[in-house]
Design a protein around this ligand. Sequence first.
Ligand SMILES: [Zn+2]
Ligand SMILES: [Zn+2]
Length: 280
Amino acid sequence: MGYKLKFWGVRGSIACPSPNHVVYGGNTSCIEFVLGDHVIVIDAGTGIRNLGHDFIRRKVDECKLLLTHTHWDHINGFPFFAPNFRPEFKLHIMAGHLNVGYDTGGIRSIQQVLASQMANPMFPVPLAALKAEISYEDFEAGTSFSPYKDVLVRTTKLNHPNGATGYRIEHKGKSVCVITDTEHVPGVPDQNVLKLIEGADLVIYDSTYTDDEFPSKVGWGHSTWQEGIRLCRAAKVKRLAIFHHDPDHDDQFMESLEDTSRQVWDGTLVARDNMELTLA
Ligand SMILES: [Zn+2]
Ligand SMILES: [Zn+2]
């Protein structure tokens, strides 16, 4: 019962298993929300592979998968999600970035994107051959919906090449936001983001770069942990989770980033693979 979440993948761009990425982890974007009896998963990066094994152990036979967007690091664990191969598993997949004016190469359907990534000759098993009962839904980022009767999901458009959706998941008076991937404009706080995260208990934020690195990465679609703190303070958010770590930021770099960010704001934490949080 209550509101729990677990980080199964916290990296951006590409998975980076290595002896220098042991502490914070090397899997890409995947976060599990356990809200009472219900499970919502954000993103299907490489972290979803371990989550799939855990679902089978825990006998979880139904979940909603909400995708922030469809860049590789957010979907390439999907073909390795073991419950996909079990007829008793029910999966509802939703995405909000394909019908709201971003350049998505004319593709409007999440089913089509996931089918392409598994098409011959990129993968031996086509999407249509998966055994689970899978349904697909494209919504428009900016709308709200209730995937379960005691859960409200609010969304917004983010500033990212080919689009991305920011989520706010509310349950029993608690709220957690996932704001990745997105680029900020220095000195101009993103009003869509500020509105969505207002008063949240936790905001998981695209902190790919530092403010020092940012000037050479303008246009790449990502933000900084310092901008995350500025937004959280302005919107009276309780805690910030630094997320979507650059694979070039090894454990030593991340440890120093964790120290510095906590000195700037003690509401900060750095997400790691397998980290679990419970909102009391
Ligand atoms: Zn990403
Ligand atoms: Zn992206």
